[in-house]
Design a protein around this ligand. Structure first.
Ligand code: FAD
Length: 145
């Protein structure tokens, strides 16, 4: 099989399964960071207790493979790809996966881009999702690497 070396970014939204709590989220993050370091994936994962919004960046082959694995994970469901695009550079290049929990500050940024109250990543268009995630990243000083 021929694999492209293109750098891509994939952003998707999903709905958490009811059993995902704080410790489970920590497990997800630990596995993500370990695996992503090996496969050269970087990105950001947002969680508000109900929804996930995640950006994955890396080689097209690795991002595709990871996304397929993520959609088999029963800890979340109702996947919707918001953006899948070639990119020239990484936005979250320093983060094997950065976790951000949505608090009041992030909610305010979300409202600016979505025009809505109450975080629901499914209503974001691709541009707004990217700008929202970028602004959140600058804002947040980082929970983990
Ligand atoms: P295995 O752990 O053997 O998984 C086999 C299959 O079972 C996979 O499809 C997996 O998705 C699923 N699975 C694993 N654990 C559970 C569980 N506790 N409950 C239900 N299903 C499970 N992984 C990364 O490597 N990088 C990421 O950036 C990343 N982001 C994630 C974001 C979210 C919101 C979630 C929920 C998971 C994320 N994961 C991520 C975890 C990912 O879904 C896989 O569990 C992980 O990649 C290991 O999969 P595996 O096929 O190598 O091995």
């Amino acid at each position: 099989m021929t694999e492209s070396n293109s750098l891509v970014r994939l952003i998707y939204a999903s709905v958490k399964d009811r059993y995902v709590d704080g410790p489970e989220l920590k497990n997800i993050l630990n596995v993500a960071q370990t695996n992503n370091k090996k496969s050269g994936i970087t990105g950001i994962l947002l969680f508000n207790g109900g929804y996930f919004l995640q950006a994955l960046e890396g080689s097209r082959a690795h991002v595709n493979k990871l996304y397929q694995s993520i959609t088999k994970d029963q800890r979340h469901q109702n996947f919707q790809i918001i953006e899948f695009i070639d990119v020239a550079t990484r936005t979250w290049g320093n983060w094997s996966m950065k976790l951000v929990s949505i608090s009041q500050q992030e909610e305010r940024i979300y409202e600016k881009y979505s025009g809505q109250i109450g975080f629901n990543p499914f209503v974001l268009n691709s541009d707004d999702a990217v700008y929202f995630l970028k602004e959140i990243s600058n804002f947040d000083i980082g929970l983990s690497q």
